[in-house]
Design a protein around this ligand. Structure first.
Ligand code: PGA
Ligand code: ZN
Length: 457
């Protein structure tokens, strides 16, 4: 068999923040090889799988030599002789080699590097691009709607704002390429606005967004709205707003309150939800991520009730975990899941979560981490898994553009066969993404001023 795993080789590389991470190459009997490197988060959820770090003084304790040793040793031993084309079997072997939930022994960074490199080698052996390799037999590729970072705060921008990300969703775009160009225009427009305010635009956050110090969290939304206007695009019709509140980052589990440093406010969950509902009524917001903290489960149903008309996305809340998502589906706490493969550790586990979400009518957003590498596998997974949406960061910094550029290439190569998920991919009105559906733009055609004054609930 040409796809039998014969070599596994892992090593340590640097990510976009300059921190070490794991890279891996898998070689097969027929001579095919596949490489992959794994990302790393800064605003991590409490319940993520383990990212194994060496500790000590090397790289300030962030070295990954132990994880590399785990790939080259016990994990490699487990997969030698296995068929790389059987991803599920390989992933099951990796999971059982670790033997713990959350990959606490060998590390999710070690396991994911090998899981991904295996998929990449299998694709090379089949002479297929990775997105075709991971595509279900009866499905066709789907270009995702991008969610693009414009202004950053939180852990990605020295906490200049409490809210972590202000992003745009180019809901009026008819293709992926058009969507990226529209997002680029808003980023440039927003930089012009900041410049006119006398604020520096060279403060680039971890994901390539602008990282200005502003007097309040709401002021950031106003700057973004001005940026959209400056870009010449129409709010709501061409461009909608998404927010990653990343509320876990400013939640105090002791007092069960949320501390908004920039606004000098210390508020309960209900007040935070009310505040966001007010923003939803005043700005063209279509998606809110981690509106509350991952440990504040009891208050999520209230948030879901108030914000049910928009995409309510769980990142830290679900951490790409089957059980947490199952609970979320049962409790009705959200209508969309953010999927980060390194939160769970194997490709198969991430894919399972996507299918579980779809079966429940949830939308899915495949996501990069704030610490990324030049590797672009995420783009292929989004297309092949038909996730409908993707979140990678802004339109600059090479570790971000590597993913956008890969998607641009896939769309260009598919030519007339390219299908773009468009605004239909967003919850709550997302269409089932199982079958290949043509893009239908579901954005209401009524002018922004007529629809924005409605209350949020
Ligand atoms: P992280 O954050 O990659 O720094 O954890 C990204 C996000 O919260 O979406
Ligand atoms: Zn998030």
């Amino acid at each position: 068999m040409k796809t039998t795993i014969t070599t596994v080789f892992a090593w340590e590389v640097l990510d976009s923040r300059g921190n070490p991470t794991v890279a891996c190459e898998v070689g097969l009997t027929g001579g095919a090889r596949g490489t992959a490197s794994v990302p790393s988060g800064a605003s991590t959820g409490t319940f993520e799988a383990l990212e194994l770090r060496d500790g000590g003084t090397r790289y300030g304790g962030k070295g990954v030599r132990d994880a590399v040793r785990n790939v080259n040793g016990p994990l490699a031993a487990e997969v030698y002789g296995m068929d790389a084309a059987d991803q599920e079997l390989v992933d099951a072997a990796l999971q059982s080699a670790d033997g713990t939930a959350g990959l606490q022994r060998l590390g999710a960074n070690a396991v994911l590097a090998l899981s991904l490199a295996t998929a990449s080698a299998a694709a090379a052996a089949a002479e297929l691009p990775l997105y075709r390799q991971v595509l279900a037999p009866d499905e066709s590729p789907l270009l995702p709607m991008p969610m693009v970072n414009i202004i950053s705060g939180g852990a990605h921008a020295g906490r200049a704002l409490d809210i972590q990300d202000l992003l745009v969703v180019p809901v009026g775009a008819d293709s992926f390429a058009e969507a990226i160009e529209m997002a680029w225009r808003v980023r440039r427009g927003t930089a012009i606005v900041l410049d006119q305010m006398g604020l520096p635009t060279a403060l680039i956050a971890d994901e390539g967004g602008l990282g200005p110090r502003l007097p309040s969290n709401r002021a950031a939304l106003d700057v973004l709205m001005s940026g959209i206007e400056t870009s010449g695009l129409r709010p709501e019709i061409d461009i909608a707003i998404a927010i990653d509140v990343a509320a876990t980052q400013f939640y105090d589990a002791g007092s069960k309150r949320y501390r908004l440093e920039v606004d000098q406010r210390d508020i309960a969950a209900e007040e935070l939800v009310t505040e966001l509902a007010t923003w939803c009524a005043q700005y063209p917001i279509v998606s809110i991520e981690d509106v509350l903290a991952d440990q504040d489960w009891d208050n999520w149903p209230h948030a879901a009730g108030v914000l049910s008309h928009i995409q309510l996305l769980g990142d830290d809340l679900f951490v790409t975990d089957r059980e947490r998502l199952a609970r979320g589906i049962a409790d009705g706490v959200a209508n969309a899941v953010l999927v980060k493969p390194n939160q769970t550790g194997t490709l198969s586990a991430a894919r399972d979560v996507i299918e579980q979400a779809r079966d429940a009518g949830f939308a899915t957003v495949l996501s990069a981490r704030s610490g990324e590498t030049e590797d672009a596998w995420l783009a292929d997974l989004a297309v092949g898994w038909r996730t409908g949406q993707i979140k990678v960061g802004s339109t600059m910094r090479s570790e971000r553009t590597a993913k956008w550029n890969r998607l641009l290439r896939i769309e260009a190569e598919l030519g007339p066969d390219a299908r773009f998920a468009g605004a239909a991919a967003l919850a709550p009105s997302n269409e089932p993404l199982h079958q290949s559906t043509d893009h239908r733009n579901l954005v209401p055609s009524t002018p922004a001023t007529e629809t924005r004054d409605q209350p949020c609930d």
